[in-house]
Design a protein around this ligand. Sequence first.
Ligand code: PMP
Length: 777
Amino acid sequence: MKFLSATPPLFTLDEIEGHARRHFGLEGTITPLYSERDQNSRLRAADGTAFILKIANADEPFDMLDCQIGVLRHIERVAPDIPVPRVRLTVNGEKTVRITAADGRSHDFYVLSYLEGDLAAQVAMDAQTFRRVGAMQARLGLAMRGYFHAAAGNRDLLWDPRMADRYRPYLTFIAEPDQRDLVAAAIDRFVGTVRPQLDTLRAQVIHCDMHEHNLLLGPGRDVAGIIDFGDMLHGPLIFDLAGAVCDFITAPERVEMVLNALTAGYHGVTPLEAAEVDLLYDLVMTRLAITQLINAYRRSETPDVPNYMDVEGFGAADAMQALAALGRARVTAILRKTCGLPQSQPQANEVEELIRRRRKAMGSELYVFYDPPLHLVRGEGVWLHAADGTSYLDCYNNVPIVGHCQPDVVEAIVRQSRLLNTNTRYLGTQVLDYAERLTVLAGGELSVCTFVNSGSEANDIAWRIARAWTGAQGFLTQDFAYHGITEAIDAVSPSANRTGTLARHVRTLMAPDRYRAGPAGQDADFAGTCAADADRAIESLARDGMKPAAVIVDSAFIANGLLEPVPGYVAGVFDRVRRAGGLCIADEVQSGFGRMGQHFWGYQMHGVVPDIITIGKPAGNGHPIGAVITRPEIYDHFIRQSAFFSTFGGNNVSSAAGLAVLDVIENQKLMENAATLGAHVKAGLLALKQRHSLIGDVRVSGLAIGIELVTDRELRTPAAAETKKLVNLLRDHRVLVGSEGVDGNIIKMRPPLVFTRADADFALQALDRAFSALSAA
Ligand code: PMP
């Protein structure tokens, strides 16, 4: 990359002396100075006045020099008290002259006055000095406000934060993983959130290079000079201050002081706008990230060449860590205070912006939990962390069954991703290991497994398998079930259907809901009564000339309100369907993998064996995995009729993830944990029921927990509005739950199985408080 490796010109001192005399009429002692890409030297005349002789890099476009010289002349004219170098014209009154080097390349040569003072790098700077620097930077910005040069508008500058993502490929050169993550996160944040806002900020030509080697201090530590306009660009004014902050943070204990003092000084001259203040943290982080990426890249390219950015001690990485430790929210709060701006919730703006983007890119009707919605950024075990730093106990999500970002599962995914990820058209061990593990768990005749990518797909394939096997068309489901999103499965998901119509081949079965059934729910043969509804459904199909191909049952009856098993009910339905020639599908998307506590599969609670098992959600702990497990003859029959193949289903990485999930469930005895904690939660909820009349029914199977809320216990009047309020109140108590059921009056809790007793008590306490708050309101 040329912009990372331009070499400076190499004139001899004699040559430089000759050019200075001939073109600028200057004579004196010449001393070379360091420059990254130009050749700079100082000429001190006999009368003590000094000049900087600048020979530009051969690659430097003349335009840019013209722009730099132009700005210095502009500042001299509009703000003569700002200490910037003055431009010395040639003996012919020109701003620059072209000179040729020994290698034949020609360079622009120009001369500036030399400013006396101590480099800030050599001075101990205190808060007062930083305030002066901030104020001077703001004055410089004001002076440059009326200046424009096209060259400043279209620069391709190494340091321009707007180019941040072009350095992403160099991330691999940062050896330390945590630091690499921090840098990557800063770039992501910049690209995703910051860059889209930049065009709305006030912009002009800015110096954009205030650091301790470009700043001179005089006696009393007054600003005596600002030099080097080579990184000047047209961009948001706030880049100036962000750059200074980034360069002057040179010790962890100085972070707050430098931020505050520079900002206060700047704001005293040019009041900052709220949008600028709120972006400052991210802009500083981005620039620190770029610094490290360029540095790491240069070091890797030329390990033997000393790098001027290789500072001893505190560097960009340390500055970044120090800032990250303070956090965006705190830094922004400090800056807002410094600028006398109200302490807004920076989150509110951010959430609004995300909602706006979401509506635009994902449609305006897409449902989001909570009002205001939650912006989550990290998960860990049973905890979810929001962008504003708040942590929530996740009692809602059943997908991360072994805990959010479970390290063994993450590691398995990473390891296999590095090695190979392809499909089941090739031989491979991972998918076989996984299929064997699952079929052993299913046991008996359910000995073949095929893989897809979601619960919906698994159910869809199960349905096709059943159709192929039976040659029948009818499909039975529970009256408020949910099984997925494909057309075929949506037809048996009444809970998702807002049209109120049922496909011609579908019949729904009444749910075995003891609580809703009232006193009848306690009858000895409640199960038999409910199961008999299958006879009615099968007869109804027959009247339309159809037989049932399958019945699908969610063993946990989640959508129906997390019903506890009614012994004999599912067996009764399965018997009837089988007698009519149909297959029985156990949808284990919610109830499988040990959630129900007593058994690995939910159907085992009902004392049945299905013909087909479908799995999804928790199988990959967040990695998309779906599977269908059935008898070999049923599956083979299907495959003979359809060249079924899923590109991603059963890929090496998914299989590795699935295996790791099974290992964790087994090794950490999570099923047993679900049983123990389920009992603990149930006892706690029954105690709450004594005190809160809103609780009508408590239903717990392992860690599938339903609390049905009613406004009248006698009439069992669904308390839908109260349920909604309770869900939001619990959020305020840092516990995430959902709602469920035909009337939306059932609190749904399905925490990751790594839930502990302390987590359960935290949730119970929050519920207690939320119920109290609700009844007091
Ligand atoms: N079956 C059941 C019982 C479910 O709860 C769900 C998802 N909530 C599905 C199937 C569909 O799974 P997916 O969203 O992975 O397609």
